[in-house]
Design a protein around this ligand. Structure first.
Ligand SMILES: [Ca+2]
Ligand SMILES: [Ca+2]
Length: 340
């Protein structure tokens, strides 16, 4: 069985935020000490409650007749290299009225083990224009202040603000894209320079960020997002080893007897990880079905099973390979690693 490796590079629902001068009204306020409490929360419900508490310090909006249940955006804030803001880096987010610049809600990124998400922003929403509320179905201005104090501005499209009482997954990338090709300018320039000084450069050929120059099966841009070298065929995100071992299945032991009546398989996967990235392990039993689902693996040495792991930025880069263990009784299974 040949393990399959897939990278999906860009999950963003919104265009990259562009860097700007601090907006007149809508700069995020000074950080509040909510990060430690957010990290200690044991569930998303807890996180949402804490974010509400943080937002409660904003000037109270007058009750709007059209007010609906506040809308929560959550996802991952990333820099232009698609590395998330994790343990050592904090980004402040503010939602603002696009016309007046009025601050509607704010929050900070957090690090939550085993989750790729690093922010949750709860925004008051009304069906009609009212002070202190975003308008349902209309674009929402976002200002982000990164860990270097740079302010970035962008807009969440109105279509994503349309559902009352909803939760919407929105990833936010802090980067500019002047030529509108979907690639952050800083990253694109870095890659072009590396291409022009590398073995694949041809004078009469234009640089293509999507092309797989080193022939390892992954495009240049996806490799950059994964933190691998786009110009080194030996450096690529892939499952580096996979072992299947027969083990006694403790859930199938005959009661009141030490006799093991059935065996299970223990699948171990190993793959290299890069700091600041989040990965998801997926499996399918029939490749023809293409019905890949995330699986709960047990990282070696960890107590709780997780599906997605976020590699904290404090880990050295590149970090050691991660080994995953999975007890299974399936007769066949295929696995892949997805970069989130
Ligand atoms: Ca490649
Ligand atoms: Ca490569």
């Amino acid at each position: 069985m040949k393990p399959k490796t897939t990278i999906i590079g860009d999950f963003c629902d919104v265009p990259p935020l562009r860097r700007s001068a601090p907006p007149r009204h809508c700069a995020a306020e000074s950080p509040r000490p909510v990060i430690a409490a957010l990290c200690a929360a044991s569930s998303l419900r807890g996180i949402a409650a804490l974010v509400i508490a943080a937002a409660a310090a904003l000037p109270a909006a007058a009750a709007s007749p059209g007010a609906v249940t506040p809308y929560t955006f959550l996802g991952r804030v990333m820099d232009s290299n698609h590395a998330g803001f994790d343990t050592n880096r904090v980004c402040t987010l503010a939602a603002c009225d696009g016309e007046s610049g009025e601050l509607l809600a704010q929050t900070r990124t957090f690090y939550y083990p085993s989750s790729r998400r690093n922010y949750a922003l709860r925004v008051p929403v009304s069906t009609a224009k009212a002070a202190g509320y975003a308008v349902q179905g209309e674009p929402l201005a976002i200002a982000a202040t990164d860990d270097l104090g740079k302010v970035w501005e962008g807009v969440i499209p109105g279509a994503l603000c349309g559902e009352a009482a909803g939760i919407r997954e929105v990833d936010i990338v802090l980067g500019e894209d002047k030529d509108g090709n979907g690639v952050d300018d800083t990253l694109e320039n870095q890659l072009r320079i590396r291409w022009e000084t590398g073995p694949y450069w041809k004078e009469d050929e234009a640089f293509d960020p999507a092309r797989d120059y080193d022939g390892d099966g992954v495009g240049t841009l996806d490799e950059a997002y994964a933190g691998t070298n786009p110009f080194d065929p030996d450096d690529v995100l892939r499952i580096t080893s996979m072992n299947v071992e027969d083990v006694p299945d403790p859930t199938l032991v005959t009661p009141h007897s030490s006799l093991v009546t059935r065996h299970a398989s223990l699948v171990s996967l190993s793959f290299p990880v890069v700091s600041g990235r989040a990965y998801c392990v997926e499996t399918v039993s029939d490749l023809a079905s293409n019905d890949w689902t995330g699986v709960s693996f047990v990282p070696e040495g960890a107590a709780d099973p997780v599906t997605t792991i976020a590699i904290p930025s404090s880990m050295r880069s590149p970090a050691p390979p991660v080994v995953y263990l999975l007890p299974t009784t399936n007769s066949a299974a295929f696995f892949r690693i997805r970069l989130e």
